[in-house]
Unconditional design. Structure first.
Length: 110
């Protein structure tokens, strides 16, 4: 599993490019508890740009108890990956168990 991309703020253009390349190499993207507000212009451009790459995105899974959050992500995604998008209406505390089950991961914690 890849560490969170947005672990800190203040990304330089070089770091943004590195993170976009990492995202474009992903097969599965998991977002937990990020409502994708309209005010976050960076992420609105970063996500669609970042998923363009040599790998085919198999799934984009967003965990958020607010089902309207799914509409925010659907507006951003291209038709090519929209069918691979899934909103899981769950709280952060429930996400790790579900992630392990869906990705067939084993381990404790979370």
């Amino acid at each position: 599993m890849q560490a969170p991309i947005f672990a800190s703020s203040g990304f330089s253009p070089r770091r943004r490019g590195n993170r976009a390349r990492e995202l474009s190499d992903a097969e599965t993207i998991i977002v937990i508890g990020y409502s994708l507000p309209d005010s976050d212009e960076f992420f609105h451009y970063f996500l669609p740009l970042g998923i363009i790459g040599p790998n085919i995105i198999r799934r984009i899974i967003v965990f958020d108890p607010n089902e309207q959050v799914g509409d925010h992500y659907r507006r951003l995604l291209s038709q090519a990956v929209l069918g691979r998008f899934e909103l899981v209406p769950a709280k952060f505390s429930d996400a790790m168990h579900t992630i392990r089950a869906r990705l067939n991961l084993h381990g404790s914690g979370g």
